[in-house]
Every structure is written in C-alpha cells, then in structure tokens.
Design a protein around this ligand. Structure first.
Ligand SMILES: NC(=O)c1ccc[n+]([C@@H]2O[C@H](COP(=O)([O-])OP(=O)(O)OC[C@H]3O[C@@H](n4cnc5c(N)ncnc54)[C@H](O)[C@@H]3O)[C@@H](O)[C@H]2O)c1
Length: 437
C-alpha cells in the first residue's frame, strides 16, 4: 500500500504514458542529482575535516621548532642606501687593515671579534640571522653596541646564496671570520635539523660563494673542542683522534673540518679552524652554565652540579673571551691568501686547525664557589649524574701549536674573568642594558 501510495505520489500533474515514463526518468535523474550533490557535499565536508585536523594537529615533523627555519624568512636587503651602509662598515681605516665579513656577528664571540677588529681600523661587516635559540633581545643589544662602534650587521642567513653573492659584489672582502653556527650540545636532541642547517649546509653555502669570489678571501672559522669527544688522552692536542664525537653538535663541527679540507684541496681556499674551549665573559650566552648559574643563584633556584661516572669531577677548560679574541685576530693576521680564482685552484693553499683554550681545567663546583663569592649569595647545589646527552666529563687544551704559530697566550684566570662577567651581568640585567658595554 505504501508502495502504491508512493507510486501515486510520484505521478506528475499532467498524466500520460510517455510523460509518465519521462517523468519517471526525470525523477530518477533528480534523485541521482540529489544523491550526487549529497555525495559531493559530504566529500567536501570530510575533506574539510581532514584538512582542519591536519593543520591544527601538532606537526609530526621530527624538526618541529626549528629556529633556523624561521631564519629562512625573507629579509630586506639591497638598495642604494643599504649598499652604502655595507660599504661604509667594511671600509678599511688603517694602513695595513683588512676587510672582514664576520658571520654570527650578533653572537657572543662575533660581537667581541667585530668590535676588536673595528677598534684597530679594519673594515668589518656583520651577518646574522638573529634566530631565537636564546633570547634575541640580547642579540639586538649586542647589535646596538656594535652599531655604536660603526659596525653594521646585515640581517640574513648564511644559506642565502643570493645575499652572500651580493655582499661579495659590493665589498671585496679579504677575510671571512665565520662564527655563525647552531651552538650548544644539549639542544641537538631537541632540534637536530638546526645543526645541519647552520653548521653543515650553511658552511657549504658560504664556502661556495667564497670559492667563486674574486679575489677569494681567506677564511677563519670556529670549530670546537667538542670534536675531541670520547678522547681520553689529556691535554687534548690537535694530533689526537677526533672521530668519536659524543654529540650531533660535535659531529657537525667535525664535518665542518672535513668540508674545510675539501674546499682547500679542490679550490685553493685558505682555511683555518679554531677549536674553542668553553668561552665565557661579558655579553655571553645564556645557555651556558656560568651564565644560567649566575641567574639561578641570584633567583635562589637550585643549580645542577653534574658528576661524572664513579663520582668523578666534571671540569672545563674555561677560556676568557678577550683571550679568544686575541686568538681569532692572530689567526686572521697569519692567514695566507687563498690561491684560487674564478672557482679554480691555482696552487696549494693553507689549511690549519688550532686549539684555543686556557690549559687549566677547573671543576664546575669551583666555578660555582667563585660565583657565590662574587654574587655574595650561597648557591643551592643539586648533585646529579652527568646525563648522556652529549656532554663530556672534561676538556683540557694543549695550546702549544697556537702559541707557536699565532702568538696565542691566554692571560685571564677564571676568578678574574668571572669578576668581569658578573659586573657586566649585574649592570645589563639591572636596567642599564645600554651601558653594559
Ligand atoms: N662559546 C663557546 O664556548 C664556543 C665553544 C666552542 C665553539 N664555539 C663556536 O664559536 C662560534 C660562536 O659561538 P658563540 O658562543 O658566539 O655562539 P652564539 O650562538 O652566541 O653566536 C652564533 C650566532 O650565529 C647566528 N647564526 C646561527 N645560525 C645562523 C645562520 N644560519 N645564518 C646566519 N646567522 C646564524 C646566531 O643568531 C648567533 O647570533 C660558533 O661557531 C660556536 O659553535 C663556541
């Protein structure tokens, strides 16, 4: 009955067989159309839900918070006014001066090296991507400090070949002081991609431009004491093995040393790698122990003191920034010219690697005692086992090679250097940020 009714309901207002049949056909088409419309509608809805889910769900990418990716944002550079600033910053103002491109110039070591070069009349141009691995406002404050000394920092990434090419078009740099890198040992477990981006891809990108530049600059760059990794022979000498890195950071620095060898061998680039040993001082890096110990002691927070296996002491060959700067300048001053031109090697070129340390490792617990005395606050020490995240129990530099060939001679002990750091820290963080130079 209901079937009949429905059939009757389906009869069009104008009866007729053909018409009826036609109307039946039309009806089917209508039904088909409406099903298709429904299908399309629900398909869109389904896809919409999937898209919303995809964009709103946390990324499954293994490199979720890569600051270096943010650094790939496009920067504003170029134009006559910009070129004028670049030229003026890189202009040599002393008789035997050099013109140096300093990468990582808004960083801790980069700021000090740039200021020192400028002070002695060299031309200096900075390059930095101002990533937020640590508080970018500290990098901005360093930038302002350098600006006052006449150093312009171009904002950009070393992976930006067009920018690098432009810089070499505007200035015939005699030297590159390459300090831009993803630093820090522990962060590599959180964001491995940023190390590959800056320390490997970025280094190759820079060397590619340097090899094609005419004239080719001489390059001095920062490797690290971390390349000694699991080496147990002390003090660490440049002749010791460096094929057992304990962290990805160390592995990328070691890779840098091998990449340097390649560019020296194929293109005749003059390359000097400097293995820095735990650098500290004013304008330092907030991710380093001496820096955050100071902050946390002042805040009354407990600080972790790591112990090596079997209650062994964790010690570092702390090196004061002014000594490191002297080592960098010594390396620049003794660097021979690159021998290639037009991307072709014309003869053998210099390839060097040096330890820049202090030769007197200090237990981290002694560092804390010095800070307690300087800050006049007792630290809340929390003894912990050294985690297996890439840190090594001790570092100790043999610096005789740098002493002989660069005239490197560190003169600042930890007590003296920390006193200067604490003075800077208190002045910077108690509101006098601008005066902290
Ligand atoms: N400070 C130390 O104790 C120490 C020890 C061994 C080696 N090093 C090496 O010395 C160099 C300088 O270290 P630092 O302590 O001044 O570190 P830092 O992080 O303060 O300085 C590095 C600077 O490079 C910039 N940078 C990073 N990736 C970049 C990119 N892709 N393009 C452009 N700029 C980029 C950062 O913004 C930062 O300002 C680094 O190569 C570091 O690995 C430092």
């Amino acid at each position: 009955m209901s079937k009949q009714m429905s059939h009757l309901d389906n009869i069009p207002s104008t009866p007729g067989k053909f018409k009826m049949e036609k109307s039946h056909y039309v009806h089917h088409r209508l039904r088909w159309h409406s099903s298709l419309a429904k299908l399309t509608f629900w398909s869109f809805m389904f896809m919409g839900v999937i898209l919303i889910f995809f964009f709103r769900s946390p990324s499954t990418n293994p490199l979720p918070q890569d600051p270096s990716r943010r650094s790939l944002r496009t920067y504003n550079w170029g134009g006559p006014a910009w070129e004028k600033r670049v030229r003026s910053s890189a202009r040599i103002r002393s008789r035997n001066g050099v013109s140096v491109l300093v990468t990582g110039a808004a960083g801790f070591v980069g700021t000090h090296v740039s200021a020192a070069l400028k002070r002695r009349g060299d031309g200096v141009l900075g390059l930095d991507n101002f990533n937020d691995y640590y508080d970018p406002s500290l990098k901005r404050a360093r930038q302002a400090f350098l600006e006052r000394s006449g150093v312009f920092i171009v904002e950009g990434d070393i992976n930006d070949s067009a920018l690098l090419r432009k810089l070499f078009e505007v200035v015939a740099f005699t030297h590159v002081m390459h300090l831009a890198a993803q630093a820090g040992v522990r962060y590599a477990m959180e964001n491995p991609g940023s190390y590959v981006h800056s320390n490997i891809a970025g280094f190759v990108s820079l060397l590619e431009i340097c090899k094609s530049a005419n004239p080719q600059p001489a390059i001095v760059w920062a490797s690290s004491s971390s390349v000694y990794g699991l080496n147990t022979k002390v003090p660490f000498s440049e002749k010791d093995r460096t094929d057992q890195p304990a962290s990805l950071y160390a592995a990328t620095k070691k890779a840098g040393e091998e990449i340097a060898h390649t560019y020296n061998h194929i293109y005749g680039l003059s390359l000097t790698g400097l293995r820095f040993f735990t650098v500290y001082g004013p304008w330092g890096r907030p991710d380093m122990a001496y820096f955050f110990f100071t902050r946390d002691i002042l805040k009354g927070k407990s600080i972790p003191i790591f112990e090596a296996a079997n209650h062994g002491t964790v010690a570092r060959d702390f090196t004061y920034i002014d000594d490191i700067v002297k080592g960098c300048l010594g390396a620049l001053d003794t660097a021979e010219k690159s021998t290639g031109s037009g991307g072709k090697k014309k003869g053998p070129a210099q390839l060097r690697v040096y330890n820049l340390g202090n030769t007197s490792p200090v237990p981290v617990s002694d560092l804390v005692s010095i800070l307690e005395r300087l800050l006049k606050v007792n630290a809340k020490r929390k003894l912990m086992k050294l985690p297996r995240n890439g840190d090594v129990p001790f570092t100790h530099a043999n610096i005789s090679l740098a002493q002989r060939e660069l005239g490197y001679k560190p003169t600042t002990d930890l007590q003296t250097g920390l006193k200067k750091f604490v003075r800077w820290y208190l002045s910077y963080y108690s509101g006098g940020k601008k005066a902290a130079g």
